[in-house]
Design a protein around this ligand. Structure first.
Ligand code: ATP
Ligand code: MG
Length: 455
């Protein structure tokens, strides 16, 4: 078991500043855990007995990022280092968030208020000695998530911790220790009170990790899903007929999991999770046992917006996700004309096509749990690529004329000008060869003449 940590030079230099002023300092939290897991640390957290005001005096560049919790960010050689003064547990009073901060002088006491044993290991700086009072290294070796101390007490102190346990289980491929797991359903009344932003942060970290599926299943089995996204929990047991191997909830979990990982793909993962959430509302079963879900995508889109607004996702994240959900049922036939393919590109938006196809591939996988026969998707992709390469007009912006050109040609600004531009786009979608300035001005003039006659 590792006894000493190879301290990077930058942390040695930072620790010298603390020591010279008579303070102690430790590396803590995720960076220590990630090092033991031989993973790249995403950020550095350090803990010290220096008070925030002292830390701000010791370093030239600091930001009081969480001063009310004793946290100051030190910027040192372009690195951001979160520095938190040793704290005790006294600060959680309502299970929602810390109310007041109680400082302490000992690293052991500070470690004892941390959530899980794997997150309660400190590295003394600059020498790299490991301080591990709760057996965190052994739990990491066993891939086990265990609270520091009694899980029910710890979850009653802060209802976010159960959500973090589930997030870490997915992110690290760890299991949650039995008594910690059993404490989650017993403390839901406290978890229910956490701010929705805190839930969303952990939920998002879980969704974008390589394999979120175990986390999604844990959210359901612990009751957390019913608490935060009851619309999704209601998809359990909604059967889909002979072509589907799974009910709507298992299907949604599988699709979400099969979508691409990473923070830039969050909207695709969310769309994977919510694309069929409208199905329970529109399900119709025939006498032969087959099911239909007509226009479920419209209901799914609406619910996606409702849920994501409740979870306080940004408007742009909501729009991107809702658009994919609304469009996920697209179909294609080889007999389609190029104009039909162009109209599809316009409807979906050039920039969204690869995301929509990623979702659809995942959706196909979620039918049976395998990709099966090559579907129409490959041929459709090739058609779209060929058309995108050959011609370029897919929005009014891409036309060879703009509104000012039409005004200069004698068409007054206003609603009619807008209608004419739309008509020009339709013309170009049918035949891209029409997209020349001369040709479009001629068509526009003819359209305007006709409209004037009807006015
Ligand atoms: P990540 O890699 O996602 O940043 P992390 O473990 O660093 O993982 P943070 O949210 O950055 O997670 O928290 C830093 C440390 O603070 C944790 O490792 C843990 O020791 C402690 N901590 C964070 N949230 C809580 C909490 N709700 N209750 C107790 N301790 C917590
Ligand atoms: Mg961290």
């Amino acid at each position: 078991m590792i006894q000493r940590f190879p301290v990077p030079d930058i942390l040695k230099e930072v620790s010298t500043v603390f020591h010279t002023a008579g303070f102690s300092v430790y590396l803590v939290g995720g960076a220590v855990r990630d090092f033991l897991l031989q993973k790249e640390a995403s950020d550095w957290d350090i803990a010290t007995d220096a008070r925030p005001a002292d830390v701000m005096k010791l370093f030239r560049r600091t930001i009081p990022t969480g001063i009310e919790h004793g946290t100051v960010t030190i910027i040192y050689k372009k690195k951001h280092i979160e520095c938190t003064t040793f704290r005790t547990e006294a600060d959680y009073s309502d299970g929602r968030h810390p109310t007041a901060v109680a400082y302490t002088a000992s690293i052991e006491e500070d470690l004892s208020r941390r959530d899980f044993t794997m997150n309660a290991i400190a590295i003394s700086l600059p020498d790299g000695a490991v301080i591990d009072p709760f057996g965190g290294r052994e739990d990491i070796r066993q891939k086990c998530i265990k609270t520091v101390g009694n899980p029910i007490d710890r979850f009653l102190e802060d209802g976010l911790r159960p959500v973090r346990a589930v997030r870490f289980a997915a992110q690290l491929s760890f299991t949650i220790d039995d008594s910690t797991l059993q404490a989650i359903p017993q403390t839901l009344h406290i978890t229910q009170k956490i701010s929705i932003e805190r839930f969303r942060e952990e939920f998002t970290k879980m969704l974008i990790c390589e394999v979120p599926l175990p986390g999604l299943r844990l959210l359901e089995s612990t009751g957390l899903l019913t608490l935060f996204i009851p619309e999704l929990a209601e998809c359990r047991g909604v059967e889909q007929g002979v072509y589907h191997h799974f009910d709507v909830l298992d299907h949604s979990f599988l699709v979400c999991n099969a979508c691409p990982a990473g923070v830039d793909n969050l909207h695709i993962r969310l769309a994977g999770l919510f694309h069929d959430i409208g199905k329970p509302a529109v399900r119709k079963e025939a006498a032969d046992g087959s099911c239909t879900f007509y226009l479920h995508e419209a209901v799914s889109e609406k619910l996606t917006r409702t849920i994501m607004r409740r979870l306080k996702y940004s408007n742009s994240e909501i729009e991107k996700t809702a658009h994919l959900v609304a469009q996920h049922m697209f179909h294609y036939e080889p007999a389609w004309t190029d104009a039909a393919v162009r109209r599809f590109i316009v409807r979906v938006g050039k920039e969204n096509i690869s995301d929509l196809f990623a979702l659809r591939y995942a959706d196909v996988f979620g039918l049976t749990g395998s990709y099966g026969e090559p579907s129409f998707l490959a041929e459709f992709t090739a058609r779209i690529d060929a058309i995108l390469q050959a011609d370029g007009a897919y929005s009014i912006k891409d036309l060879a004329v703009n509104g000012n050109d039409l005004i200069a040609a004698g068409i007054p600004a206003g609603r009619i000008l807008g209608l004419i531009l739309h008509d020009l786009l339709e013309t170009v979608l049918d035949d891209p060869a029409q997209n020349t300035r001369e040709q479009l001005l001629r068509i526009a003039a003819a359209l305007y003449e006709r409209i004037k006659r009807f006015q």
